[in-house]
Structure formats: structure tokens, C-alpha cells
Design a binder for this molecule. Structure first.
Ligand SMILES: Nc1nc2c(ncn2[C@@H]2O[C@H](COP(=O)(O)OP(=O)(O)OP(=O)(O)O)[C@@H](O)[C@H]2O)c(=O)[nH]1
Ligand SMILES: [Mg+2]
Length: 578
């Protein structure tokens, strides 16, 4: 299917021509038929001599309805510019053509209609001269009369040629269906329609609307239920569980995870210089019209702050319009959908320079160089094919980070001699890395991660090692005579030092300030096995040759590791002792 939008001044015969070609009524509203004027978009379709189907999006020509016109042509790749032979070139002929030009529509036909009322030659000459200055410079012209039918066969043949020359749509592209109508059908619920410009939509598709998941309940194209539709096509989508009132023209149904929803973009401005743009404009893309603030950056680049988020890709074409002035719109190409903040002094000038090297062609290497660190999924959402999955690092940045990480690890170990291995999370924070996995990737052997910390292999400070050795020698002689607190402080062993000794496997900490040799639990279990079961705390204390200060936390410790069990009468029993 080909989709072609009409364009042209009010009353020049657009709807009459669509009616003559299709036999269908594009003016859907009673008010339109009463006033003899199109207000909103109309849809009609027919078969061409080649057998191909062409669907028309018929737009209003009146200057008051230009926003509706833009919603209709926005997602459509081809247009039929209509000029009345008896009226010639008019203001909205110019404004509509400028809109097509701004959107980069290259595939078009000139149709001079009402040829039964006047010689079509002057209007044709003038329109072709206007077209020659645009992206649709190379168009065929056909003169017709929708009343007598003269020229309609030529027009059908010309439409066939136009369709055959259209570039094939990218069927692998992610779905982004700009909604141009939303309504409710009794028994089916909410239905939205739009022009699918790329990709493939299926009846089982999971999609997103305004960032929220939605399910497709049914799919139609040109009034017929289908299970899948390939672009380019007019489609109607029946949505499950979405209220009609939650949807408006300009919303988009998109493939999940495939578009950035953004309200800040950097663009290249085509035509007028960027600093000549008004500060407040309306950005039109697809069927959306969103107020935007303009901040010129370079001569032909600007930053746009949008009133609401849109699902956008790098390379998208859009147009800017000054709604007050009916100013001929300017086109823009989206260069960046996640631009950096411009806070530092001179940042805007540096950004302008950077933007001057970009042209809206998705470029993974360039994005990586500019962003330095980006997730593959984020690139995908920008419309850029990532070179690999997961976090991606610019090679230059990666080398710098490796060096910095090694230095940070050294600095940490120097600052924490008793506990020199830095936690991975702390290092991730120091380097502003969004993922701890990146820390592992940036470590150079022999540095490696063990249990959430970076093993530095640093020995304990000598003084500390000697103090620990003294305690261990005491305990070797009398395994349950844990050193008293004054003994520990005389040796310089505070909680931090004891923690380091425990982590190094040199001592076992059974309670705050109570340390034994690492095998104390096994030795205790052996001795307690010699007691009649069950036994009391006091019996255990005597068997171990220790005091309550050690016996109480030790029995607790044994209980926690499941070596002993506590009976209801407060006595203890070794597990497995019957
Ligand atoms: N004689 C003659 N009249 C025509 C022809 N085409 C359209 N008309 C008349 O021109 C008037 C305007 O036609 P429309 O088709 O409503 O024009 P339009 O471009 O759709 O107008 P808007 O949608 O409001 O912009 C109507 O009265 C038509 O009957 C034609 O080929 N010959
Ligand atoms: Mg009309």
C-alpha cells in the first residue's frame, strides 16, 4: 500500500479529487459537508491500474486548520499538491509546500485541478517554479477536472509511477505509530488510527503509549481485520484496557524500549539561521504538535525544550512553526535526543562546535566518543545500533578510568591500613560509574573482586600483625581465656583492628571485644561432648576452663551455627548427641 497526503489552498478541489479517484467520502463530519470545507483529516483509498492500493490522507486547506494539515502529512512519505487552475498559487499553497519541504518530502505530484474552469498551463508553470526551489524539485504535473473526469486516468497512471518510485519502507524498524484519530467502538473499546511509516505491526504486539504498556486487541487496515500490517499503511488499532479519554492526536504507539521519551533535543535548523527563529515555536513531528522554547547554539543548530515528552530518534525530521504569524515553517533534523546540560561557562559554544560535526545519521562510534560511557539499550532507544550489549565505554575513556581506579584503590588502601580492601560500591561512586560490574571490568590484575571488595593483597601493618600474633600465642596456651579489654587496648587492638584480624582469618570474633582462635568452635564442641548431655552453662564454663564473659557468647555462637541446641529448661545439648 502507498499512502499519499493531499496538500493545497482552501477550496482548490482536494476533497473533490479524492472523491473522484476513490468513490469514498473524505469529509467525515456533517459540519464539513454543510460548510463545503474540510476541517479535519479524511481517509479514502482505491486500487490503481497496476493493482496497487493507494490510501489518501485528505487535509484541510483553510489557514485556520494548518495544524490538522500538519498532523496528516507528518507521518506520510508522499504528497499530492493540488492547485486550482482558475485560482493559481495562493498563501496556503505556499505554506503547505513549505511544510512538505521542511519535512523533507521528496516524492510528490502536482495536480492542477478545476481544469474545466480555466487553462491549467499558467497555474502549472507557477507551481512548478515554486516546487523547483524545494526538496520535491522533480515532480510530474497532471491537469484534471474532477467534474468532467478529464485527466483522471493520467493521474492514476502518474500515481502508479509515484508509488513505484518510493523508497521501500524499513520493515525492521521499530514501530512508532503517530495517532491521528482515537474513538470508541461499542463492544470493542478504544480504537486509534494512524499512518504506519516503517516497521511491522502485529495483532499480538506489546506496545507502549506514553511510557505505559498497552496490548493490541485487534488490527484493521482499510476496513479489513488483519493479523499483521507492514509499513507503509493506514492502520486502525483496537487497544485493550485503554480509556479513550487518555489518548489524543499526537500520542504515539511505540515498540517498548525502542525510543527515548525526551523533552530536550538538539537540532539542525534548515533554511533560516537559528538565531532568527522566534523563541517560542510549535514543533510538529508525526501527528504531534508540541510548544517548544528555542535556544540557538550555532548558526544552524539549536536546543529545543519541549512542553511534553515525545518518543524520538536521532535523525528524525520535524518542523517548527510560528503559529501566530503563519510564518512559513522551518525544518529541523534531530541531532541528539539526550543532549548534555550546558551549565559550565563556554559549554554552549563547545556544544555548537560539536553539533556542527553531526548530521543526524545514527553513528555508534561518534555517540560513544561523545558520551564516553553509555548503555547499549540507551543507544537503541536513540535510534543507534549498539556495537555490543551492556555498558559501552569509549576506549580512550576506558584507559583513563583504569588508571584512575588503580589510583583510587591505592589511595583507599593507604587511608585504611587496617582494612585496605575498598568496597566495590565505594569505588563505583568515586568514579561516578553507574554499575558495579564496570569496576570489575576496569580492574587490572592482580587487583580482583572478592565478596564485594577489591582485594589489594596488602599485608596488615607490622605493628598490628605483631599484636595479633601475641593474642594468638596466649590463646594457643589457653584457648578459652579470651584477652580482657585492658589487655586488648594495651596491644592497640580496637574494634577496627579486631575486625581486620577476623576478616584475615586470624581470629574468631564471637562477640564485641571477645576473640578466640579461628578453630575455637570445633575445640569447644569436642570438650562439651565429654559432658553428660544436656549440660548447664556453669558445667560448660568449667569444662572449657573459662569465665561467664566468654562462655555466654560462646554458647550463643555455637547455638547460632547449629552446634548446640537450647532446651526449654535453659540447659544445652550438643546436636547429634541423642
Ligand atoms: N468545476 C470544477 N469544480 C471543482 C473541481 N474540483 C472541485 N471543484 C469545486 O471546488 C469547490 C471546492 O472543492 P473541495 O474539494 O471542497 O476543495 P478542498 O480543496 O477540499 O477544500 P478544503 O478542504 O476546504 O481546503 C467545490 O465546490 C467543488 O465542487 C473541478 O475539477 N471542476
Ligand atoms: Mg477538502
Amino acid at each position: 500500500m502507498w499512502v499519499v497526503a493531499t496538500a493545497g489552498h482552501v477550496d482548490h478541489g482536494k476533497s473533490t479529487l479524492v472523491r473522484a479517484l476513490t468513490g469514498m467520502e473524505p469529509d467525515r463530519w456533517a459540519e464539513e459537508r454543510r460548510r463545503g470545507m474540510t476541517i479535519d483529516l479524511g481517509f479514502a483509498w482505491t486500487r490503481l491500474p497496476s493493482g496497487a492500493t493507494v490510501a489518501f490522507v485528505d487535509v484541510p486547506g483553510h489557514e485556520r486548520f494548518v495544524p490538522n494539515m500538519l498532523a496528516g502529512v507528518g507521518p506520510v512519505p508522499a504528497a499530492m499538491l493540488i492547485v486550482a487552475a482558475d485560482e493559481g498559487w495562493k498563501p496556503q499553497s505556499a505554506e503547505h509546500l513549505a511544510a512538505l519541504d521542511a519535512l523533507g518530502v521528496r516524492h510528490a505530484l502536482l495536480v492542477v485541478t478545476r481544469a474545466d474552469l480555466a487553462d491549467p498551463a499558467p497555474a502549472t508553470r507557477q507551481a512548478l517554479a515554486e516546487l523547483a526551489r524545494t526538496s520535491a524539485a522533480d515532480v510530474e504535473a497532471v491537469a484534471v477536472s474532477a467534474v468532467t473526469g478529464a485527466g483522471l486516468d493520467d493521474l492514476r497512471a502518474a500515481l502508479d509511477r509515484l508509488g513505484a518510485a518510493l523508497p521501500p519502507p524499513d520493515l525492521d524498524a521499530p514501530v512508532r505509530l503517530w495517532i491521528d484519530r482515537a474513538f470508541t467502538i461499542k463492544g470493542s473499546g478504544t480504537v486509534v488510527t494512524g499512518t504506519l511509516g516503517a516497521g511491522r505491526l502485529t495483532a499480538e504486539a506489546d506496545l507502549e503509549l506514553g511510557g505505559a504498556p498497552v496490548r493490541v486487541r485487534g488490527l484493521q487496515s482499510l476496513g479489513t481485520a488483519v493479523s499483521a500490517v507492514d509499513a507503509v499503511a493506514r492502520v486502525a488499532v483496537n487497544l485493550r484496557g485503554v480509556d479513550r479519554s487518555a489518548i489524543a492526536r499526537g500520542d504515539a504507539l511505540v515498540a517498548p524500549g525502542r525510543f527515548v521519551r525526551t523533552d530536550l533535543i538538539d537540532v539542525r535548523v534548515h533554511g533560516d539561521p537559528a538565531d532568527g527563529l522566534p523563541s517560542a515555536v510549535v514543533l510538529h513531528i508525526g501527528s504531534a504538535a508540541v510548544p517548544a522554547r528555542v535556544r540557538p547554539l550555532g548558526t544552524d543548530t539549536a536546543r529545543l525544550r519541549l512542553d511534553r515528552q515525545l518518543p524520538l530518534h536521532i535523525g528524525d525530521r520535524a518542523l517548527l512553526r510560528d503559529p501566530g504569524l503563519h510564518r512559513v515553517p522551518g525544518g529541523v533534523t534531530v541531532l541528539d535526543v539526550c543532549p548534555p546540560p550546558l551549565q559550565r561557562r563556554g559549554a554552549a559554544a563547545a556544544r555548537a562546535l560539536e553539533l556542527s560535526t553531526m548530521d543526524g545519521t545514527p553513528d555508534a562510534a561518534g555517540e560513544l566518543r561523545r558520551r564516553r560511557l553509555v548503555h547499549a539499550d540507551e543507544l537503541t532507544r536513540m535510534g543507534v545500533t549498539p556495537p555490543a550489549p551492556g555498558w559501552l565505554l569509549d576506549p580512550g575513556h576506558e584507559a583513563a578510568l583504569r588508571t584512575r581506579l588503580a589510583a583510587e584503590v591505592r589511595a583507599y588502601a593507604d587511608a585504611h591500613p587496617v582494612d585496605p580492601d575498598p568496597p566495590v560500591d565505594a569505588m563505583a561512586r568515586r568514579l561516578s560509574l553507574p554499575d558495579r560490574g564496570l569496576v570489575e571490568r576496569l580492574l587490572t590484575p592482580p587487583l580482583a573482586v572478592h565478596h564485594g571488595r577489591i582485594g589489594t593483597g596488602r599485608r596488615l601493618p607490622e605493628r598490628l600483625q605483631r599484636a595479633i600474633d601475641t593474642v594468638r600465642a596466649d590463646l594457643a596456651r589457653s584457648p578459652f581465656a579470651a584477652p580482657e579489654s585492658d589487655r586488648l587496648s594495651a596491644l592497640g587492638l580496637g574494634p577496627k583492628e579486631l575486625g581486620a584480624a577476623a576478616k584475615a582469618g586470624l581470629l574468631l570474633r564471637i562477640a564485641d571485644g571477645v576473640v578466640l582462635l579461628p578453630d575455637a568452635a570445633e575445640v569447644a564442641a569436642e570438650r562439651l561432648a565429654g559432658l553428660p548431655q544436656p549440660f548447664t552453662l556453669s558445667e560448660a564454663r568449667q569444662a572449657l576452663g573459662t569465665t561467664r564473659r566468654v562462655a555466654v557468647p560462646l554458647l550463643e555462637f555455637l547455638h547460632r551455627r547449629g552446634t548446640t541446641r537450647r532446651l526449654p529448661d535453659g540447659r544445652h545439648r550438643l546436636e547429634g548427641s541423642g
